[in-house]
Write a protein that binds this ligand. Structure first.
Ligand SMILES: C[S@@+](CC[C@H](N)C(=O)[O-])C[C@H]1O[C@@H](n2cnc3c(N)ncnc32)[C@H](O)[C@@H]1O
Length: 372
């Protein structure tokens, strides 16, 4: 059996994960935040975290929260072993390959890649955070990969072309052009992908003579690349007073179909141009949800007051030049009218300086992501 086919629990036998995890990790505090756990203070807890098939958070809040504080957002981690195994299998690196990884983190995945490509291959891994990069550089010293500190969106031209490109931080909407340019024809790219509407999909793409062609599959939730985090907008109470009020016949079943990853979530996110979605379940009581949507660029905002207990149509507030809720309903109708396609029917194409999402065929454009 090759290492790309190894079950997750055997990856650590190939390259011990524990050697790459820092002494201080971050664990859930049970209230939505994170607290530091030190190997020296709680060896059993640290070992349990490292040996489990779970991601291990190694940095919070871009490093601004020191141990002792309460972390809000994980910003670096060692990925879940079963996810690492699945991504390596999808990437298919071969002995002798040149591989570019974006998002070094602990360096464990880069070490696994180096094992797979062997002595004749070469692995370059790029990490945006200088402290994390330096930690990984030390850990990777005897494993072979070159650790580059910088914005991974630029790739690393000096070692191109690459046979494989793998991102272990999520991209939003478009694939950075340098990754495409630095991938050799026929080469493969694997990246976690999302939109403002939703995150958590895998893009598997191949370099074509003119650019890139890719398809989507499910369930690959990664933290977003630093420059590609969502930028959301929240209006003030005074601004909300100016909002236009209307009603919608959209009900709980519709909401589930819109937000369900196995139903309309992907398609609606593919159709909608930059709309952030926030769902506050049961905020105003059982089955009484608030859904908010915004577009920071145009300062447009909408709120759906979804009281699923009542029989009256639900109330919608809309503010700004874009009527976001109307766009969402139109995207939902489009998804239904096109036969309710799942994510497996969508693709991403890059050619001639443009990138676009398509349904079934590259010439059936769903949305242009970036113009030439
Ligand atoms: C989930 S972790 C990567 C896990 C890693 N491959 C491992 O084996 O531990 C994501 C990493 O991507 C890094 N990152 C975020 N934005 C980046 C960017 N623009 N360029 C390079 N690295 C980035 C984060 O700092 C973080 O360390």
């Amino acid at each position: 059996m090759t290492m790309t086919r190894l079950p997750w629990n055997e990856l650590s036998a190939a390259v011990p994960r524990a050697q790459f995890i820092p002494d201080v990790i971050w664990v859930s505090d049970g209230e939505g935040g994170f607290v530091a756990l030190s190997r020296h203070d709680d060896l059993a807890g640290w070992q349990a975290a490292v040996q489990a098939n779970r991601f291990v958070v190694t940095q919070v809040d871009d490093g601004h929260t020191p141990p002792g504080g309460k972390g809000q957002t994980p910003t670096s981690s060692c990925s879940m072993p079963s996810v690492v195994a699945a991504m390596l299998a999808a990437l298919g690196p071969q002995p002798g390959h040149r591989v570019l990884e974006i998002g070094t983190g602990t360096g464990w995945n880069a070490a696994l890649l180096a094992r797979l490509v062997g002595d004749r291959g070469h692995v370059v891994t790029v990490e945006v955070d200088p402290d994390i990069a330096e930690y990984a550089r030390v850990r990777l010293r005897d494993h072979g990969p070159l650790v580059v500190t910088g914005d991974g969106a630029r790739g690393h031209p000096p070692a191109a072309p690459y046979d494989r490109v793998i991102a272990t931080a999520s991209i939003r909407e478009t694939v950075p052009w340098p990754w495409i340019q630095q991938l050799r024809p026929g080469g493969r790219l694997i990246a976690p992908w999302g939109t403002n509407w939703c995150n958590g999909f895998q893009l598997t793409a191949t370099r074509t003579p003119g650019g890139l062609t890719g398809r989507f599959s499910g369930d690959l939730v990664f933290m977003r690349m630093r420059a590609q985090r969502r930028t959301c907008w929240e209006p003030s109470d005074d601004e909300i007073q100016q909002a236009v009020t209307s009603t919608t016949v959209c009900n709980g079943v519709d909401l589930d179909r819109m937000r369900n990853p196995t139903l309309g979530l992907f398609a609606i996110g593919a159709k909608l141009d930059h709309i952030c979605a926030h769902t506050y379940w049961n905020t105003l009581g059982r089955y009484h949800h608030l859904l908010e949507f915004d577009d920071a660029a145009t300062r447009s905002w909408a709120r759906l007051d979804a009281d699923l207990n009542g029989t009256e149509p639900n109330t919608v507030l809309e503010l700004g030049p874009r009527r976001l809720w109307d766009e969402i309903e139109a995207a939902y109708d489009w998804w239904h009218e096109t036969g309710e396609p799942g994510m497996d029917r969508f693709g991403l194409e890059a050619a001639g300086g443009r990138q676009w999402l398509w349904l079934d065929e590259p010439d059936h454009t769903v949305r242009v992501l970036t113009e030439a």
